[in-house]
Design a protein around this ligand. Structure first.
Ligand SMILES: C[S@@+](CC[C@H](N)C(=O)[O-])C[C@H]1O[C@@H](n2cnc3c(N)ncnc32)[C@H](O)[C@@H]1O
Length: 404
């Protein structure tokens, strides 16, 4: 085995997971949380009772794989989830997790996504590629390989590193390369720990409070500081990568973090920010926020741009993500605002008019049309007051639309 990336993930599968933990919890997250991907890739209109082919490219120890396979299994249809990764050690953990859960809808493959047409050919309805492209020697070539196996009506959930939130990582990686070159992975980890214990206070990595992976376990430390192939992206660089593959960014997650108005109060500054194009707004938001360590996004072929993201319509039902409607409605009514924390950034949003009343009607099955009737409003009047509530709650990733 000569590929240092493969060598790393054989020695330190990432993230570190114990299959026995599957009996007590299901890890979910972005990208590829089923209600979220339905909202951002399939306009909220995917019928999961119909079979679907899904690829998890660079599936690692199985976080995205397991929650996707578990949710799809629950829908009862004949879904196929294909797992592909370079690392046999990571695959063993992912397979053990699937076994504990009794999941039989996964096909496991070992190898590089650069050999996808031979190892696990498409077409796929959905592809998850989380934390992998930035470890390829040529990320654009890797992305193109995925695009070539994506079906015409499909989309992808991607995650790549963000540059500004990772401030200090790359000088540390370079320093550790100087100090540990040629050593076995375990020795490199020991030397990295010794270095971390005596970093000067002025060191940029030392001063970045958003980076914690190295404190969790050796696997996290290796992934963050000793990686041999690792790059980060700014929003403009990402747009260039995605555009270059003939794709369109349907949305970043969480959307509010990529909206400069989230961070601006001054009227003049807000007006100037709002006048920018959408990609420029997203780039500005990233610069203002400063703590985005990763970029999670849903992407679709450019000819699907208009249909990817679910839009309020009478037949779609809003579904709340991880928060009971009653509690949220009470918070909005009592405080008149919604506060959330992402990557240590505390964001506060003023509750739009009638927000509490609207949220109280959400039960995951009731359509927006039915909610309008309950409020004795015609669709246009309802849509006018629902719109700002929708923007706030989708912005903080607490609401997705779906067909009931
Ligand atoms: C940071 S881990 C992410 C794992 C998983 N996607 C997650 O989010 O938990 C990166 C994974 O990509 C895999 N990988 C790197 N290059 C690859 C390639 N060319 N083809 C397939 N897998 C690759 C590694 O083996 C590793 O398991």
């Amino acid at each position: 085995m000569t590929d240092p990336v493969q060598q790393q993930y054989e020695a330190y599968p990432y993230p570190a997971r114990d299959p026995a933990d599957e009996t007590r919890r299901l890890i979910t997250g972005s990208p590829s949380f089923l209600p979220e991907l339905n909202h951002y890739v399939f306009g909220g209109r995917r019928d999961f009772h119909h079979p679907m082919r899904v690829l998890v490219a660079g599936g690692g120890t199985g976080d995205g794989l397991i929650h996707l396979a578990q949710y799809l299994a629950a829908s009862g249809a004949q879904h196929e989830v294909v797992y592909l990764d370079l690392s046999t050690a990571s695959r063993a953990i992912a397979e053990a997790r699937a076994k504990v859960r009794g999941l039989t809808n996964i096909r496991f493959r070992t190898g590089s996504l650069l050999d996808l047409p031979q190892l696990a050919p498409g077409p796929y309805d959905y592809i998850d590629c989380c934390g992998v492209l930035h470890h390829l020697p040529d990320p654009a070539a890797g992305l193109q390989m995925l695009v070539d196996q994506l079906g015409p009506h499909g989309g992808m959930g991607l995650m790549v590193y963000g540059q500004y939130g990772r401030a200090g990582v790359y000088p540390m990686q370079a320093a550790l390369r100087q100090l540990t070159i040629g050593e076995a992975p375990q020795r490199q980890v020991a030397l990295a720990k010794a270095l971390l214990a005596e970093l000067p206070e002025t060191n940029e990595f030392q001063r970045n409070p958003f980076l914690v992976d190295h404190k969790n376990n050796d696997s996290g430390l290796y992934d963050l500081l000793l990686h041999s192939q690792d790059r980060a992206y700014t929003v403009p660089e990402l747009h260039a990568l995605i555009d270059g593959a003939g794709l369109h960014i349907a949305s970043f997650i969480e959307p509010c973090c990529y909206d400069p108005l989230t961070y601006l109060k001054d009227d003049e500054l807000r007006r100037r920010a709002a006048a920018l194009s959408l990609p420029e707004q997203q780039a500005l938001a990233e610069r203002l926020c400063g703590s985005l360590k990763t970029h999670v996004m849903y992407v679709v072929p450019q000819d699907r741009a208009a249909e990817a993201v679910a839009q309020p319509a009478p037949d779609l039902a809003p579904w709340l993500n991880g928060v009971p409607a009653k509690a949220l409605a009470e918070t909005l009514a009592q405080r008149g605002e919604l506060a959330v924390t992402f990557d240590a950034a505390r964001l506060v949003f003023a509750a739009p008019s009638k927000a509490a009343e609207i949220v109280a009607l959400i039960d995951g099955r009731r359509s927006l049309g039915a909610m309008a009737q309950m409020m004795d409003l015609g669709w246009d009047d309802f849509a006018a007051i629902y719109g700002p509530v929708h923007r706030m709650l989708t912005g903080v990733n607490k609401l997705f639309l779906r067909q009931p």
